[in-house]
Write a protein that binds this ligand. Structure first.
Ligand code: NAD
Ligand code: TYD
Length: 347
């Protein structure tokens, strides 16, 4: 199984996964198939662009004709599907594209896997499909309770994938990971948004009381886990992937400010997100039984991530002055977009 189709490979986790695979498996060929939406960027894969084992195809996973052609032309053996609309706030503003890509697109890929009798299909999923977890942790057997159009469309996709195992014994696996962070994450998500705003001395818009809890997973640890499930996961199974590093959003925000030596006064409490899940938490016994453990501590990984955004300002400044600007104004109102210089008070 050395010829992989990585859909959504120009996005955040996908591009890190492409690098991981090319480095770890010197005989693997990787085809990235990506629509290049606002979130997908060829710059994310610039460092592998000249690798003879890497090919890029611009395409939509909803385009069955092109998906089939690419699979045949490159003699693809396995598909790892990262392609999705991924931002909860955007799914509240405009749910349609989430249903189209996350559900219908997954169906198109499954049909191709079935038609060409591929050896493996990995669906990259999210802990958000379980909904909010008031206490304890969710295991793979727990019922789904998605709260947003994003998580509902991801839940629909997971169920579709699993149905192809039950009905046709398709060799599928589903991963459900917690919140990722690290290099190349689009600055609409909490950690990169707050790092880049803090570098610019702009306010950090914290939803509600800031006490919602997420379990933070360094993207490289998720890549290792997806790799393991690709090669050793059991067909028809779901694997939770969490880091056991639960933090409130306020704790994360304070750590970012401290790392960048910015004042706490940059925190701006804003209106809560509708349907905002209070807490996510995963029981990861199953993936741990396969031998996987997260390797990076949150605090160290966050410091490395802050450094990456400091060192790669061209990458995110281009994004922030483009499409993102319009989205930001719609989402947060113009009040947060100015260059509100805050006196350089010590944290
Ligand atoms: P991202 O938004 O950074 O990237 C998504 C990629 O998919 C982009 O390159 C985009 O161009 C591409 N894409 C979108 N629609 C497409 C279509 N119709 N056809 C082809 N390509 C298309 O997302 P990410 O954070 O890298 O997430 C990747 C996957 O991991 C998603 O399925 C997401 O649900 C899942 N996930 C993400 C997180 C997280 O914290 N980021 C956590 C758990 C699960
Ligand atoms: P996000 O990165 O959007 O991931 P998800 O909603 O998929 O977990 O948000 C992480 C947490 O941070 C979530 O509780 C919402 C919160 N948040 C804010 O408080 N302010 C923001 O501007 C953003 C984008 C998120």
């Amino acid at each position: 199984m050395s010829k992989l189709l990585i859909t959504g490979g120009a996005g955040f986790i996908g591009s890190n996964f492409v690098r991981h695979i090319l480095k770890k498996y010197p005989d693997y060929q990787v085809v990235v198939y990506d629509k290049l939406t606002y979130a997908g960027r060829l710059e994310n894969l610039q460092d592998v662009a000249d690798n003879p084992r890497y090919t890029f195809v611009r395409g939509d996973i909803c385009d069955a004709g092109l998906v089939d052609k690419v699979i045949q032309k490159h003699r693809i053996e396995a598909v790892i599907n990262f392609a999705a609309e991924t931002h909860v706030d955007r799914s509240i503003l405009n749910p349609g594209s989430f249903i189209q890509t996350d559900v219908y697109g997954t169906y198109v890929l499954l049909e191709a896997v079935r038609k060409f009798d591929l050896r493996r299909y990995v669906q990259v999923g999210t802990d958000e499909v379980y909904g909010s977890c008031p206490q304890g942790s969710f295991s793979e057997a727990d019922r789904l309770g998605p709260s947003s159009p994003y998580s509902a469309s991801k839940a629909g996709a997971d169920l579709l994938v699993l149905s192809y195992f039950v009905t046709w014994r398709l060799p599928v696996v589903v991963t459900r990971s917690s919140n990722n962070f690290g290099p190349f994450q689009y600055p609409e998500k909490l950690i990169p948004l707050f790092i880049t705003n803090a570098i610019n001395s702009q306010p950090l818009p914290l939803y509600g009381d800031g006490l919602n809890v997420r379990d933070w997973l360094y993207v490289f640890d998720n890549c290792e886990a997806i790799d393991l499930v690709l090669h050793q996961g059991q067909a028809g199974e779901i694997y939770n992937i969490g880091a056991d590093q639960e933090r409130t959003n306020l704790e994360v925000t304070e750590l970012i400010l401290k790392t960048l030596n910015r004042p706490r006064s940059l925190i701006q409490f804003v209106k809560d997100r509708p349907g905002h899940d209070r807490r996510y938490s995963l029981d990861c016994f199953k993936i741990r039984s396969l031998g996987w453990r997260p390797q990076r501590k949150f605090e160290t990984a966050l410091a490395e991530t802050v450094q990456w955004y400091q060192d790669n300002q061209d990458w995110w400044r281009k994004i922030k002055s483009g499409e993102f600007r319009l989205y930001y104004e719609k989402q947060y109102g113009k009040t947060l977009t100015g260059t509100a210089e805050v006196p350089g008070k010590k944290y």
